[in-house]
Design a protein around this ligand. Structure first.
Ligand SMILES: O=C(O)[C@H](O)[C@@H](O)[C@H](O)[C@H](O)COP(=O)(O)O
Length: 298
């Protein structure tokens, strides 16, 4: 089976290697010619453009996109589709917003091209040795891709989720859960850190990861992080976010689902980007006005 890949970043490069390991013919392109040469040296066919990539197939074209969510996905699709024919498949394996996916699905359907959405999880290590994949789309296209995707996923880490959009929707909710879990872990360590007890955080993460209710991959990653820096002394508590948490909260609002933990974990990410806040000033000023409570001056 031939499989195209657009985007050889951290995830794309590793997924390409994973597919090569499983014996698939990978045709790959990226705007960075060096990474194209790198993957070609590992056995893929490098392509200098989307046209060259599409032209290198001998049969049905299935092309995975692993490019940043948003406008770039639209740009790649609008060029790529001019080189595809009816029945071909575009697989958006990035973290696209599911409503964008539904729109793109309809647009491509008009040209007879299938859009399959795959929520891809497991980080860069997973991409290389076994991902978790959540795939939505037309039955014919999904069935064509399923054996390949199953082979690059961990055991039981591949799911056909239903109609188009359902893969990205499921991945979005997964990320919302991820936000909440990470926030709870962070808060737990914050309480330990503020307490009068003197804990070795690596040892704490280790004991919690063995037999406890909260054992998990995230806790395993905490052990790794604390083993490198016992108090995370070189890291500032700035928690960036790529948008999936916001979309999960928007979906909760759309469907009137109660999701306070996920919502608050997204707000905490915003809060972490600011050294001081206007709302903090407002509350401090109000306390001062009604109760004469001291304010902390700049
Ligand atoms: O399942 C995964 O492998 C992760 O969820 C991953 O896809 C995540 O989207 C990024 O690591 C950044 O996420 P944020 O920038 O939103 O924290």
């Amino acid at each position: 089976m031939e499989i195209g890949l657009v985007g050889l970043g951290k995830m794309g490069f590793n997924i390409a290697q994973n597919m090569l390991d499983k014996g698939y013919k990978v045709i790959a392109t990226d705007t960075n010619a060096d990474t194209v040469n790198d993957i070609a040296s590992k056995g893929a066919k490098g392509a200098a453009s989307l046209e060259e990539l599409a032209g290198a197939f001998t049969g049905r074209r299935a092309v995975i996109l692993l490019v940043p969510a948003g406008k770039i996905v639209d740009q790649v699709i609008s060029e790529l589709k001019t080189h595809l024919t009816e029945g071909d498949i575009i697989i958006d394996a990035g973290n696209s917003m599911y409503k964008d996916t539904l729109r793109r699905y309809e647009e491509l359907k008009a040209d007879g091209i299938h859009l399959v959405d795959v929520g891809t999880s497991g980080g860069t290590e997973g991409a290389r040795y076994g991902i978790c994949a959540m795939m939505g789309g037309d039955e014919d296209a999904v069935n064509y891709l399923a054996p390949m995707y199953e082979s690059i996923s961990v055991k039981d880490g591949f799911m056909i989720t239903g109609r188009a959009g359902s893969g990205h929707f499921l991945k979005m909710v997964h990320n919302g859960i991820e936000y909440g879990m990470m926030q709870a872990i962070g808060e737990g360590f914050e309480i330990l850190d503020k307490s009068d007890f003197d804990y070795d955080y690596e040892a704490v993460a280790k004991v919690w990861n063995n037999g406890s209710v909260i054992r998990s991959w995230l806790m395993e990653l905490m052990i790794n992080a604390f083993s490198k820096q016992p108090n995370l002394e070189d890291i500032r508590g700035v928690m960036n976010s790529s948008g999936e948490g916001i979309w999960t909260v928007e979906a909760a609002l759309d469907f009137q689902a109660s999701a306070p933990v996920i919502a608050l974990s997204q707000f905490m990410r915003f809060r972490s980007l600011e050294d001081d806040t206007f709302h903090g000033k407002v509350v401090a000023a109000l306390r001062n006005e009604f109760g004469g409570h001291a304010v902390v001056k700049k």
